[in-house]
Design a protein around this ligand. Structure first.
Ligand code: FHN
Length: 459
């Protein structure tokens, strides 16, 4: 069943980073993006009232994503509101969460400030349906997290569901209490702008004024977001914090592209982009979702994404007590230990100058679950780059000798990144090969640095 969840989330939004033509260069945007392009790896946190039911409603398993339980089980607003009275995450410790992100080697944190259920995880004057005014906990967890991030030098961004708000009669999405958002002719049936102006816009202002520097605002599911409405949010962000990034799901142009959930594009792109992804199958905590990805899978996805020019925003779903599930913590820390010795191949690294290693489209015409031409990925090795250096990350032991794709530059030296041990680099009859010691140093992923003359690879 839980496998279905990934399909649901993939179908929920597909903004293929690779399908749109590149945008004209914009110096201000490039400046804002500098840290983002360097960072590569961030922690996504989906935390809200949905952690209380944790995937179960009235004794029944409620299928779907944890944070969608109100929608999937058609829970009336009045009944869902009762979860607020039970939300008392006494084990929440902001410093521990930031420490986890740091141990994991992540360079930014993005937390749900308000998801589609409409509940604000911060003190809000725009709506009393918030963690301080409506729960026994009464603490502003975003403030605590912002302070912990500031203390520890971690960038913090806020997810904000600008369009869907199932708590409000005029927000998008709650068709079970308030009827459809639009008629068959597309005519809007709710006073959507009243909701935007009365709650969403003021709350985004609160986030940008009460929590110090905000690295980015992560808008989502832009239903009924006309360019004009999207622009109102963009103006709020730009006027209050000009350095704050806007993701790719506002409904008007953001600073970077967001792919569909868990979607890694088949090709590299020079435009900034990010894949939001789950560590199991859901975003918000559900007690039955134990389908954890292995650390090796996470390490592969991270390097795969970096080799294509993107960022990896990997999610955890804390419990209603305020605990990040132990398996998530263990997986993140395992990858973090790998990054401690191999991070040079990831942070600030550029794309692969090759691309054949990504895989290829099927020649037989099959489609993927999104109805696009099926791409058959290869997962054995990836290449990331810096001026004068190529980083070959091997996820499977290469049969020696491993042939490096042809380049015009002279390759001068090869060594393992983890321990600087030399790796045999041989040029013979026009082919250059690497011979790795076997077994591979780190079976999860072994990085070999190949140095070359010049700053850029010529092919
Ligand atoms: O509907 C949401 C979902 O709950 C989750 O927040 C993801 C994260 O990218 N975004 C939407 C679906 O794409």
């Amino acid at each position: 069943m839980l496998r279905l969840l990934s399909v649901v989330s993939i179908l929920a939004l597909t903004l293929g980073a690779q399908t749109q033509p590149p945008r004209p260069p914009d110096a201000a945007r490039e400046k804002r993006l500098e840290w983002f392009r360097e960072a590569k790896y961030g922690l996504f946190i989906h935390w809200g009232l949905y952690a209380v039911p944790a995937g179960e409603w009235k004794g029944q398993r409620s299928l779907g994503l944890g944070e969608w339980i109100m929608n999937r089980s058609k829970i009336p607003v009045a009944e869902y509101e009762a979860f607020a009275k039970q939300f008392n995450p006494v084990k929440f410790d902001a410093d521990q969460w930031v420490q986890l992100a740091q141990d994991a080697g992540m360079k930014y944190v993005v937390i749900t400030s308000k998801h589609h259920d409409g509940f604000a995880m911060f003190k809000s004057n725009a709506s009393r349906y918030n963690i301080v005014d409506a729960t026994p906990f009464k603490r502003d967890v975003l403030k605590e997290l912002a302070d912990a991030c500031a203390r520890r030098g971690m960038r913090l961004g806020f997810y904000y569901s600008q369009s869907q708000d199932w708590h409000e009669k005029d927000g998008a999405g709650n068709v079970w209490d308030f009827g459809p958002d639009q008629g068959a002719d597309g005519k809007e049936l709710k006073n959507y702008d009243a909701y935007l102006r009365g709650k969403a816009e003021p709350q985004v202002k609160e986030l940008l004024t009460g929590y110090g520097p905000v690295a980015l605002i992560w808008f989502d599911t832009p239903r009924m977001m006309t360019p004009e409405r999207g622009q109102r949010f963009a103006d709020i962000v730009r006027s209050l914090q000009p350095n704050t990034l806007i993701d790719g799901r506002l409904g008007t142009e953001g600073d970077y592209k967001s792919t569909g959930d868990n979607v890694i594009p088949p090709e590299a792109s020079t435009e900034a982009w990010e894949t939001p992804a789950t560590i199991n199958d859901t975003w918000g905590f559900r007690k039955d979702d134990t389908n954890w990805k292995a650390p090796a899978q996470i390490a592969f996805k991270l390097v795969d994404i970096v080799s294509k020019g993107g960022n990896y925003l990997l999610n955890v779903g804390p419990t209603a007590e305020g605990i990040i599930p132990q398996p998530s913590q263990d997986i993140l820390r395992t990858v973090g230990r790998w990054l401690k010795v191999n991070g040079e191949a990831v942070y600030g690294a550029g794309t692969s100058p090759f691309g054949d290693e990504f895989g290829e489209y099927t020649a037989r015409g099959a489609k993927n679950v999104r109805g696009e031409k099926l791409f058959l990925p290869q997962t054995e090795w990836r290449v990331t780059s810096k001026p004068g250096k190529l980083y070959f990350t091997f996820f499977a032991e290469p049969r020696a000798p491993f042939e490096i794709p042809a380049v015009k530059n002279r390759l001068t030296r090869a060594y393992r990144l983890a321990d600087n041990a030399p790796v045999e680099l041989k040029s013979e009859k026009g082919a250059t090969t690497l011979t790795l010691e076997r077994p591979m140093l780190d079976p999860m992923a072994t990085v070999v640095v190949v140095e070359y003359e010049g700053r850029k690879i010529e092919r």
